[in-house]
Ligand binder design. Structure first.
Ligand SMILES: [Zn+2]
Length: 238
């Protein structure tokens, strides 16, 4: 490993993905490199933020309530005409069905919210895993640079995974009709859009292999087909 390479190991270091000898060397490097020390702190902070974005799962009791309400409705016998007490039974039957249906609706509505939260949680867990997978790649390298107007963009790129983790933090607030747009620049200087951001963000972008830079621009809401220059940040990745 050359001296310049050592600055690129913050991602795997944060995830404890370095072999013991490289880890020891990097810890030594951290004692003398303020740049990497700051970056390690920022990546750790981003990882913690990702972890705390995960909402609590729905309480198991709620799910059980929904299931039992549905079971109860299924168990109400169909209203078959016949018999002397048919009218009374039908009235009772209808009341029961309506009461149960109302109860089930109430529970299912609550359960629906919980299930949405559960999906959100699953999405957050998956996002977290995608980030972790890139940071853990043995060839993960970290580059970063300042954003015009304030803030910083950090990119952990893995050619092996063909993906990069982008961490945007302390970005200035944009007008309501503007958005941040993320780009990967290829060797022909063509910018490929890899996503939009409303503000600070940790995300995984695809197609990083062979790209020479990460770009960040301010665009009209909804994004642009090509970057509006000058870019807010342009960070070489090679
Ligand atoms: Zn360093």
């Amino acid at each position: 490993m050359t001296e310049s390479d050592v600055h690129t190991l913050t991602g795997p270091f944060v995830l404890d993905a370095l072999p013991a000898d490289e880890r020891a060397r990097f810890e030594q490097h951290l004692t003398e490199c303020a740049f990497c020390t700051t970056e390690v702190a920022e990546l750790r902070e981003a990882a913690v933020r990702l972890a705390t974005q995960v909402a609590a799962p729905p309480p198991p009791a709620l799910k059980a309530d929904v299931m039992s309400a549905i079971e109860q409705i299924r168990q109400v016998p169909p209203l078959v005409p016949g018999g002397r007490n048919e009218l009374a039974r039908r009235r009772l039957g209808r009341r029961s069905v309506l009461a149960l249906a109302a109860a089930a609706l109430a529970v299912a509505t609550t359960g629906g919210i919980a299930i949405d939260q559960y999906r959100d949680k699953q999405a957050a867990v998956q996002a977290n895993e995608r980030v972790a997978a890139v940071l853990a790649e043995p060839d993960a390298r970290t580059v970063h640079g300042p954003v015009n107007g304030g803030g910083q963009a950090t990119v952990v790129v893995s050619a092996r995974a063909d993906r990069a983790v982008v961490v945007l933090r302390d970005l200035p607030e944009l007008p309501a009709d503007r958005t941040w747009q993320l780009w990967l620049i290829d060797p022909n200087r063509t910018a490929h859009s890899v996503g939009l951001a409303g503000g600070d963000l940790t995300t995984v972008v695809n197609g990083s292999t062979g790209k020479i830079a990460f770009g960040l621009t301010i665009e009209p809401d909804g994004g642009s087909p090509a970057p509006t220059l000058p870019a807010a940040a342009m960070i070489p990745m090679t």
